[in-house]
Design a protein around this ligand. Structure first.
Ligand SMILES: [Zn+2]
Length: 433
């Protein structure tokens, strides 16, 4: 283990509480090492640096990273076999993850087992900072978690209920198990909500609900909190890097996991976003050496907070995860509309149990509504008017009542399906509105 790694783990528990300038110094040291290793061991980066006319020693920390080009999913797809892998890495002994690839072909990411455990530790630390106690049992709705050393020692125990079964069965299984923390994707929780309000789980006094892997809407969050009577904490992560940020129970903002990723929020004109501004999230993975990700555009739009938080945690902050670039709607005049305001309109209408926004062509938007009793003509009229106000006049808005809004094969709820015309590399040129 190198000196930097020893220093990393020795200061691991306390690092979130360091002053921001000490966190930056830590990040700079890791970035220097990452750049050095990527240049000398990874064919793709050596070529990239040489093309940009940059020597690795010129990158002294996070502030210099902006001199390097942004890495996109399209860049990764165009790589030749093995070009992104560090020399000497035995791929067979690594863990490969496939990103869901909703914007095009899926991309394969490779990590060593050591790197995988490091990322797992960062996620677990964020859960502890969010109220998880070592003796709590987490119940996950979804695939069974991998057993790690703490689990085997009886700490941070974790169990799972499969999401691939009828909803009443999921609930019955949950009622039959003992646990303190419920962990699931917001889409499945949203579907279970009507059942949860009648269930025995309400009297169980759960300590926390942990959400992640897809956008948690304010409406779902509020209903979960009311129904289960405990705090709901959102963890923002991605297949490529595991945890990116988590919602702070102290200040209410999301803290970026600054000793695992170096996060830049880049505006449309290529600047770093200032207070209250939004932009594309660009990440440098500080623990990925087998397949380095340097200035990788993850495909989400986030906003920096208007005011900095007074918080014990010194890591950087994000005010809101605004949405995925893939969810932006292209408009007939060549502009793009972010999905958030449309989602807000749909959530504000009484009687809309669940919904989905489809854009089959650039000039038509279909709102699929799974309704509750109170959804009538008046509510439908308000929903249509709200959408028409945000969209140009030539876009036709249709409301379609449906019995069910299906989840994707990976159990996710895709609220927006924007028109893409079958092109690849769809997010290039997206205007962030
Ligand atoms: Zn905080």
């Amino acid at each position: 283990m190198s000196r930097l790694e020893i220093r990393h783990w020795a200061g691991f528990a306390q690092r979130p509480f360091l002053a921001p300038e000490r966190v930056r110094a830590y990040q700079d040291a890791r970035i220097r090492r990452l750049i050095h290793r990527a240049f000398h061991n990874v064919a793709f980066y050596r070529r990239r640096f040489e093309e940009a006319g940059i020597r690795p020693e010129e990158i002294r920390g996070g502030a210099d990273l902006q001199r390097l080009p942004i890495l996109t999913k399209a860049d990764l797809r165009m790589c030749r076999d093995g070009e992104m892998l560090a020399r000497g890495v035995d791929e067979k002994s690594c863990i490969a993850e496939i990103s869901s690839g909703t914007t095009g072909e899926p991309v394969r990411f490779v990590r060593t087992r050591g790197e995988e455990y490091a990322l797992f530790a960062h996620r677990l630390r964020a859960q502890v900072l969010s109220g998880l106690r070592p003796w709590d049992v987490r119940m996950k709705i979804g695939s069974r978690p991998v057993r790690t050393l703490p689990h085997r020692l009886g700490l941070f125990r974790c169990d799972a209920v499969s999401d691939g079964q009828p909803h009443t069965r999921i609930l019955a299984e949950l009622e039959g198990k003992r646990f303190d923390v419920l962990s699931a994707m917001p889409g499945i929780l949203d579907i279970l909500l009507p059942l949860l309000s009648e269930s025995k789980l309400r009297s169980r006094r759960l300590r926390r609900v942990f959400c992640g892997a897809e956008l948690l809407s304010p409406a779902t969050r509020r209903r979960l909190k009311e129904t289960l009577g405990c705090p709901v904490v959102d963890f923002y992560g991605a297949t490529e890097v595991n945890l990116i940020a988590w919602e702070c129970v102290r200040c209410g903002l999301y803290h970026t996991c600054d000793d695992a990723v170096f996060a830049e929020v880049v505006t449309e004109d290529g600047r770093l976003a200032g207070a209250g501004e939004q932009g594309r999230l660009v990440l440098t993975a500080l623990h990925s050496f087998a397949m380095p990700l340097i200035r990788y555009e993850i495909g989400d739009v986030v906003r920096r907070p208007a005011k900095s938080a007074a918080c014990r945690i010194g890591f950087g902050t994000i005010d809101e995860i605004v949405g995925r670039l893939a969810d932006h709607l292209p408009l007939p005049d060549g502009q793009w509309l972010g999905p958030c305001r449309l989602i807000e309109v749909a959530q504000s209408i009484d009687g809309v149990r669940r919904f989905r926004i489809l854009q089959p062509t650039p000039v038509s938007v279909v709102i699929e509504v799974q309704r509750e009793k109170e959804f009538g003509e008046e509510q439908a009229g308000r929903l249509r008017a709200g959408f028409e106000k945000l969209l140009p006049a030539e876009v036709r808005v249709e409301i379609r009542e449906v019995d069910d809004i299906p989840l994707t094969a990976r159990g996710k709820l895709r609220i927006v399906e924007a028109w893409r015309g079958g092109e690849d590399g769809v997010t290039s040129g997206v205007r962030i509105s």
